[in-house]
Write a protein that binds this ligand. Sequence first.
Ligand code: FES
Length: 241
Amino acid sequence: MERRSFLDLLGKGFSLGFLLKLMPTGMLEFVRAQSSATSFQRALLVDKAGNPFRLSTLKPHEPFVFAYPYAATPNILVNVDAELPPVDVRMPDGKSYRWPGGVGPRKSVVAYTSICPHGYSYAAPNLGAVGYYKPEGNRGPRMVCCAHLSSFDISRGGEVKGGPAPHALAAVTLEYDAAKDETYAVGFLGNPQFEEFFRAQQQSLRDLFRTTARAREEVTRATVIPYAEHTRVPTTCPVIG
Ligand code: FES
């Protein structure tokens, strides 16, 4: 499959996860390099009772958390209360990738890794260094890492608005089935830096999960819970940018 036909199919509504599954490994690496897309095991988002998590019921500006693709890698999901169009996100190497915008009934729901690309602080259960900040005045919705005040515009593919982060937050690729009001996580756009994260947080993850294998367990059904329930010690800090 040539790159053009791949992009054409994406434009025609075929999901990124579906197309990546069709490709031989060599082509998969090519696509990853071209689009900064990484596919992982497809996981249905579910609530605590195990039922599909309904984006139609998501109230604006109430952040939720789900672990994906590993048990130890939490992402933040939020309805920002505005339709979000696709955006090209530029990386430090000059390449860019297309973030497809919001999903859900109003195309207003987004999900990003909570792992900060500066120093791999994150929304840990025992310390919420990264959190959601709703719009205020002229400023749009942000995710902010309080470790060194990196700020990310989650209405524009997670691009950096302030602080030392070297590039955008990686976005979770979500597939939304409007007829069933069901959502799947299928991968990431950008650079989620999971290997760097596991190295940097090795000790604290052992404290939380006891073994590295448990921390790296792949998620097949992603349970979505309120941010306040997941993160017992949230932090707040000024939003710069
Ligand atoms: S670790 Fe997030 S800003 Fe430094």
